[in-house]
Design a protein around this ligand. Structure first.
Ligand SMILES: Cc1cc2nc3c(=O)[nH]c(=O)nc-3n(C[C@H](O)[C@H](O)[C@H](O)COP(=O)(O)O)c2cc1C
Ligand code: SF4
Ligand code: FES
Length: 572
């Protein structure tokens, strides 16, 4: 790190604040007020400002938690694969245990949707448990012997995206450091048609070109590894299997646009992946591929791993910048766009893990290599996760243009227990649900957009017969309500209002004006929310109202749920 960088960082009173708060929580299991006051004094912060930061993140406890705190994920994939039954079993089995000893609650998607259902006990992660396993795990933790955490299942596979056959030679970085043909690299990324894999599909070369054009001397590159949307699994897989490509992509992006510092922003639940990255970074340091005087030249690029303090909204690119700046994860209004005014007000590239890995693969093998993949007329590769009601939930590297039907049948083992598929979400709650009749749509940015959905981050969630689509809409809207940062009124109030309406529908009550209120609220959310979370929030419900009108009708008019899921107590 150069002395000017050090100066910039030391000027920020909240630098490193989350690590300090995490450390405090590790020592006391919560954040005691006298300790917070000490931190505020030392950092010359107003205590209220520090409190406002700490209270923003659900991961930080302002009160001491129960001796054993159990949280069950009940978002889309876990909901489909037994989370409600698991939670009910725990609540019944441990009824009467004091709140001091045990609490049982919920947690938002923890990024293990392919091994659903998932739960967290005292910050230890468990997946694929039956209700009986869960009872055993809680019992042993209560007795002071927590079971081993579930480990990531690393796979020995050859991936088309890996140009180095596992050798990790960083040949592309070596080539470009010596040639310095940055305009050539930009042209190659453009020719490959690489798009942002974080969900929006924005052309990658465009961002890089804008930052490259800036005359500012200080610029940043950020890899977004926050991955918190239900069903999204791909970044964890890429960070595990291809960490070298993510690092190489970041360094290439930095050198190409003139940035000397990058942050790899990783969700705090991905500790195994963090360790893999640190090991790989150490290797890069030893080989002089990163840091100052890269490969003996005057080029330099520092890469810092930044642990997210947690929350889906932290993955929104402007909220992510606020977090790195040590603030609440509240999105900024755009414009100005980050390529012009980003981290600390400087031009910044934010790219998804997969985008950066593909950028490195393209730099190594050329644009033609990338475009040679794909089912015509689509070009390129994509990593997708398939979860929910399928036989083999998991992560797959597939050609663009493959149909969702082939994806589910050929890669994910087909629908669970041979049941019929009734619906699928092409990309978690953000894409809404499409009916099974649309399974022949190809994995194609434009075709999905025309269908009113999106390829997004490729978080495919499958629902089979016996599922209630109103219940699935409720589940998705509730996720957004839980994850709203609360900065803007439409999203803060609107999400709660939608959840309340849906909860009533599920419990068999509705008012004649409800549908109109839903439509007006949805319009207001789309038009006036500051960020994508609020704008997309109505999507799951709208899609169910559009494609499954008879299910809504049955619920509202006949008080009938053909899946037998509704009309009992539902906890929002
Ligand atoms: C609520 C919300 C959460 C998001 N979470 C992520 C995330 O976890 N990872 C990600 O890459 N992009 C996420 N995005 C999209 C980012 O804002 C941004 O578009 C992306 O990181 C840009 O990278 P790309 O161009 O390579 O896709 C999120 C967007 C919203 C609105
Ligand atoms: S739309 Fe929701 S998540 Fe986004 S800034 Fe507003 S309140 Fe926060
Ligand atoms: S881990 Fe539960 S939905 Fe992702």
């Amino acid at each position: 790190m150069s002395s000017s960088d050090l100066k910039v960082i030391s000027e920020h009173k909240t630098d490193g604040i989350f690590e300090e708060l995490k450390d405090l929580q590790r020592r006391f299991r919560h954040l005691p007020v006298p300790e917070l006051i000490k931190i505020a004094k030392r950092r010359e912060l107003d205590y209220r400002d520090l409190y406002s930061i700490a209270s923003h993140y659900p991961h930080f406890h302002l009160e001491p938690p129960a001796r054993v705190a159990v949280k069950v994920c009940d978002d889309m994939s876990c909901h489909l694969r037994g989370a409600p039954e698991l939670k009910t079993k725990l609540e019944r089995r441990f009824q009467g245990v004091s709140g001091h000893d045990l609490s049982i609650g919920t947690v938002s998607c923890v990024g293990r949707c392919d091994h659903a259902p998932c739960m967290v006990i005292n910050d230890r992660y468990y997946d694929g448990f039956t209700p009986e396993h869960a009872v055993d795990a809680v019992t042993t933790t209560l007795s002071g012997h927590p079971p081993e955490e579930s480990k990531y299942r690393r796979r020995e596979i050859k991936l088309k995206s890996d140009p180095y056959n596992g050798q990790r030679s960083y040949a592309a970085l070596r080539k470009y450091v010596h040639s310095r043909d940055w305009p050539g690299l930009l042209a190659m990324i453009k020719a490959a048609g690489l798009r942002g894999m974080g969900g929006a599909g924005f052309p990658t070369h465009h961002k890089w070109q804008t930052v490259s054009n800036s005359r500012e001397s200080e610029k940043y590159v950020i890899c977004n590894a926050d991955e918190s949307e239900p069903g999204t699994l791909k970044d964890r897989f890429i960070l595990t299997q291809l960490p070298h490509l993510v690092i190489e992509g970041m360094v290439l992006a930095g050198l190409c646009v003139g940035a000397r510092r990058g942050y790899l922003y990783i969700r705090h639940e991905y500790q195994e992946q963090r360790e893999i990255l640190i090991e790989e970074l150490n290797r890069c340091g030893e080989e002089n591929l990163i840091g100052s005087s890269i490969l003996g030249t005057d080029l330099s690029f520092e890469l810092v791993i930044f642990d997210s303090p947690g929350g889906y909204i932290c993955g929104e690119e402007t909220a992510l910048l606020e977090v790195i700046e040590g603030k609440r994860a509240e999105p900024r209004t755009k414009p100005p766009f980050l390529a012009k005014v980003g981290l600390w007000g400087k031009p910044t590239i934010v790219n998804n893990v997969e985008t950066l890995a593909f950028a490195a693969a393209i730099a190594a093998q050329g644009a033609d290599w990338f475009t040679s993949h794909g089912v015509k007329p689509c070009k390129g590769l994509k990593f997708v996760g398939v979860s929910g009601d399928v036989e083999k939930p998991g992560m797959f590297e597939v050609p663009m243009g493959i149909t969702y039907r082939d994806l589910v049948h050929e890669f994910a083992g087909g629908p669970l227990d041979g049941r019929s598929i009734i619906a699928f979400a092409p990309s978690g709650p953000s894409s809404g649900y499409l009916p099974a009749s649309m399974l022949d749509l190809p994995l194609d940015w434009e075709k999905l957009k025309d269908a009113g959905s999106m390829v997004g981050s490729g978080a495919i969630v499958v629902c089979t017969e016996g599922r209630c689509m109103l219940d699935m809409a409720f589940n998705a809207v509730r996720f957004y309500r839980n994850e709203s940062c609360g900065k803007c009124v439409p999203c803060r109030i609107g999400s709660q209002k939608l959840v309340e309406i849906l909860q009533r529908w599920i419990e068999g009550e509705h008012q004649p004006t409800d549908v109109q209120v839903v439509e007006e609220l949805s319009h207001a959310l789309r038009q006036t929310s500051i960020c994508g979370l609020g704008q997309i929030l109505p999507k799951p419900l709208e899609s169910v109202m559009k494609y499954f009108p008879e299910e809504i009708e049955q619920h509202l008019q006949q008080r009938r749920c053909s899946a037998g899921t509704c009309f009992k107590e539902v906890r929002a």
